[in-house]
Design a protein around this ligand. Structure first.
Ligand code: FEO
Length: 398
């Protein structure tokens, strides 16, 4: 059934949601799906802005045909060549063979890798600041390299002041009834998933996000149309402020997160006690997570949110407990910076994880590693109280 929706003058959302996908990029668990947004501008010339994932191709193509009716499609603007948005390009070209593809030089390199059959299709190659007139609507192209692939770009419509922002300002989560963020309690419904999406998908590229945010400051933006999640037309500054914080690795909340690994419960017990004491002594919110039972993407998201991270970790094969090592490697891969870490190690005969974790965390930029480290031999006992309290105090005062 055709189900497109009006965004603003002549501009329509023609996307859909996949509620069956269990893992985005076959990595990140989805709690309630994801949306793939695609847009059409109906003017003297018609333009489609990005296609959609193959999982919603039936709905997307039905919407496209339903909005265009007997009009031809003049342009397909490709803001992002990742397959969750580009999968239908070849199909669209076969339906509208006179369409001209619009992208930058890198877009077309990737296009020929994914769709060599389109090498001879009509194309317009654009660069920073280039414009394309559709009639009333004039599109300006803003390069957004590494947000989140090198070819990514934003498209700005001067007539409606709409910014088509590719992956930026997106979120995990299917769109329910309503395509606009102001139709939801966004903080309750989407914020955690928006942060998890940002931290894990584009978190590594904070500098590049900063660069494109600076460019966006020069535009009069009334509406932001991302490729995932709801569209922003109210309170845009609030969400841009989140992106400012996330892309500069500034913690949103002055809170503490305790992340533990535990084979038999002894390290867990110590971590729980530390969380209770930290809460009592700091007065701050403390969240506690089992590293083996929480997807790394959730932990990464919490690191983005909180200012202090306390790690409780057993020694395993003379190394770091494997699930904790995976989590720490992800922090390194994503270039986390500006956080305070505290480390408690456990070991029955040769505790070694603390030193190894310190070495790993030392590779991150601008981090503080709290001293002293806490060492537990098998389990925390009353005799450990002085060392334990010194550890908790050091975390509170860091
Ligand atoms: Fe939603 Fe980078 O693709």
């Amino acid at each position: 059934m055709i189900n497109y929706k009006k965004v603003t003058d002549d501009t329509f959302w023609i996307g859909g949601s996949d509620r069956r996908l269990s893992r985005f990029e076959n990595i990140f668990p989805l709690k309630d799906g994801v949306s793939y947004n695609s847009y059409v501008i109906m003017d003297e010339k018609t333009a489609l802005l990005d296609t959609a994932d193959i999982s919603i191709s039936d709905q997307f193509l039905e919407n496209l045909k339903g909005i265009l009716l007997d009009k031809k499609l003049d342009y397909l603007v490709i803001d992002h060549m990742e397959p969750d948005h580009c999968s239908q390009i070849s199909t669209v070209v076969s339906m509208y063979p006179e369409v001209t593809l619009v992208g930058n030089a890198k877009t077309f390199t990737f296009l020929s890798q994914f769709f060599p059959e389109l090498n001879d299709q009509a194309k317009v190659t654009v660069a920073e600041g280039d414009t394309l007139s559709l009639g009333k609507h004039e599109l300006t192209f803003v390069m957004a390299p590494m947000v989140h692939w090198p070819e990514a770009m934003f498209t700005y419509d001067k007539a409606t002041k709409v910014l088509f922002s590719a992956d930026a300002f997106g979120t995990f989560g299917a769109i329910d009834a309503g395509i606009f963020a102001d139709e939801y309690d966004f903080e309750k419904r989407f914020l955690d998933e928006a942060r998890r999406y940002y931290a894990n998908i584009v978190g590594k590229y904070g500098m590049q996000v900063q660069a494109v945010l600076k460019k966006a400051q020069g535009l009069d933006i009334k509406v932001i149309c991302p490729l995932h999640g709801p569209i922003w037309r109210e309170n845009i500054g609030w969400f841009i402020d989140k992106y400012q914080k996330w892309s500069t690795y500034t913690p949103e909340d002055d809170e503490i997160v305790v992340i533990y690994g535990s084979l038999y419960g002894h390290t867990k017990s110590a971590a729980q006690k530390a969380a209770d004491h930290l809460r009592e002594k700091s007065g701050k919110n403390v969240r506690i997570y089992d590293v083996s039972d929480t997807h790394t993407s959730e932990l990464v998201s919490e690191v983005w949110r909180c200012s202090k991270i306390v790690i409780f970790c057993p020694t395993y094969n003379n190394g770091i407990y494997i699930p904790m090592e995976n989590f720490l490697s992800d922090l390194e891969a994503l270039g986390v910076s500006g956080r305070t870490f505290a480390i408690a190690q456990n070991g029955t005969w040769a505790p070694a994880s603390g030193k190894l974790i310190t070495e790993k965390l030392s590779k991150l930029k601008n981090v503080t590693i709290v001293e002293p480290m806490l060492t537990i031999k098998s389990a925390l006992h009353e005799t450990d109280e002085p060392e334990f309290e010194a550890f908790v105090n050091a975390v509170v005062n860091a």
